[in-house]
Design a binder for this molecule. Structure first.
Ligand SMILES: NC(=O)c1ccc[n+]([C@@H]2O[C@H](COP(=O)([O-])OP(=O)(O)OC[C@H]3O[C@@H](n4cnc5c(N)ncnc54)[C@H](O)[C@@H]3O)[C@@H](O)[C@H]2O)c1
Ligand SMILES: CC/C=C\C[C@H](O)/C=C/C=C\C=C\C=C\[C@@H](O)[C@@H](O)C/C=C\CCC(=O)O
Length: 260
C-alpha cells in the first residue's frame, strides 16, 4: 500500500475531520500517532483501529497543541515507538469568536509551534527523512466569513504560513513538502455548534446558515481523500486544495510582481 512503512502524526485526530484523516492514512498502510485533548475519544479510536489493522498500527497520545512541552513529548514518544515522523497533519482547530484569543492560539499559533517542532524530527538538515506536512485550513482561508472574522484570519494565516514554508523548504533543502486543505462546511461538532460561537457577530448567523445551504455540507471522508492525494503526490508543494461537495480545485494565487 502507498504508505507502508510511513509514520504519520495527526493533531485533533480523535473526532471529525482528524478522525477521517487518521482512518484513511491507516487504511493506506501508515502507522499513525493520534494527538488530541479528548482522551476518551482518542483512546477509543486507537483501540478500534488497532483491532481492525493490527496492534502496532496506531498510538494515542494526549496532547494539547497549545503546549510546547506536550508537543515535544508527543514527538519523542513517536520516535521511541515508531522511529520517526514522515507525515504531519496539523488538523486540530476550533471556532469561537467569543474566545478569539484561544481560536488564534489553537488554529494558528499551534500550527506554527507543531510545525517548527516537527522540522527538528523531519528535516533532512537535522537528520530526518523529509516528508510532507498537510495543514487543515478552510474555504474561510480563501473567502472571508463575516460571521467569524478571527477564525477567517487564522485560516488565511495557515494558508500563508503553508505556502511560505513550502518555498522555504525548497530553498533550504528540508526535503519536506507543505500543503493546505481548504474544506467547505463539513458535518462535525465544530459546525453543529457554530451559532452559539459567533459572539458579537451572532446577528449574522442567518447569513452563515444560508451559506451552508448554498455550499452544502461535506462528509468527513470527502475531506480525507484529498489529504491522501496531497500526501502521496510528490509533485504537490505549496498547494491550497479547495474541497466542495462533489468538487475539488487547487487555488491559483496571483503572482506578486511590479505592474511596470
Ligand atoms: N467542520 C467544518 O465545517 C470545517 C471546515 C473547514 C475546516 N475545518 C477545520 O478542520 C479542523 C478539524 O475540525 P472539525 O470540523 O473536525 O472539528 P471537531 O471539533 O469535530 O474536531 C476537532 C478535534 O480537535 C481537537 N482539539 C481541539 N483543540 C485542541 C487542542 N488544543 N489540542 C489538541 N486537540 C484539540 C478536538 O478535541 C477534536 O477532536 C479544524 O482545523 C477546523 O477549523 C472544519
Ligand atoms: C461558521 C463557520 C463554520 C465552519 C467554518 C469552516 O471552516 C467552513 C467554512 C466553509 C466555507 C466558507 C466559505 C466562505 C465564503 C466567503 O467567500 C463568502 O462568500 C461568505 C459570505 C457570506 C457568508 C456569511 C457568513 O458566514 O459570514
Amino acid at each position: 500500500m502507498a504508505l507502508n512503512g510511513k509514520i504519520a502524526v495527526v493533531t485533533g485526530a480523535a473526532m471529525g475531520i482528524g478522525k477521517a484523516i487518521t482512518e484513511i492514512l491507516v487504511q493506506n498502510g501508515a502507522k499513525v500517532v493520534l494527538l488530541d485533548v479528548n482522551e476518551t475519544a482518542g483512546k477509543a479510536l486507537m483501540e478500534t483501529l488497532n483491532k481492525q489493522h493490527g496492534q502496532d498500527r496506531t498510538l494515542f497520545v494526549s496532547c494539547n497543541v497549545e503546549s510546547e512541552q506536550q508537543i515535544k513529548a508527543a514527538f519523542q514518544k513517536t520516535v521511541e515507538t515508531f522511529g520517526g515522523t514522515d507525515i504531519l497533519c496539523n488538523n486540530a482547530g476550533i471556532l469561537n469568536e467569543n474566545e478569539w484569543e484561544k481560536t488564534v492560539s489553537v488554529n494558528l499559533l499551534a500550527v506554527i509551534r507543531v510545525t517548527y517542532l516537527a522540522l527538528e524530527h523531519m528535516s533532512k538538515l537535522t537528520g530526518g527523512r523529509g516528508g510532507v506536512i498537510v495543514n487543515t485550513a478552510s474555504l474561510a482561508g480563501i473567502g472571508p466569513l463575516p460571521s467569524c472574522p478571527v477564525y477567517t484570519a487564522t485560516k488565511h494565516g495557515v494558508i500563508g504560513f503553508t505556502r511560505a514554508l513550502a518555498a522555504a523548504s525548497t530553498m533550504s533543502g528540508y526535503g519536506i513538502r507543505f500543503n493546505a486543505i481548504c474544506p467547505g462546511f463539513a458535518q462535525t461538532d465544530l459546525l453543529s455548534n457554530m451559532n452559539n460561537k459567533l459572539g458579537r457577530f451572532s446577528h449574522l448567523a442567518d447569513a452563515t446558515t444560508q451559506m451552508v445551504e448554498k455550499l452544502g455540507i461535506l462528509n468527513v471522508s470527502e475531506v480525507a481523500a484529498p489529504v491522501l492525494e496531497l500526501v502521496t503526490d510528490e509533485s504537490k508543494n505549496g498547494e491550497a486544495f479547495m474541497i466542495f461537495p462533489k468538487a475539488k480545485q487547487y487555488v491559483t494565487f496571483p503572482k506578486v510582481s511590479s505592474s511596470g
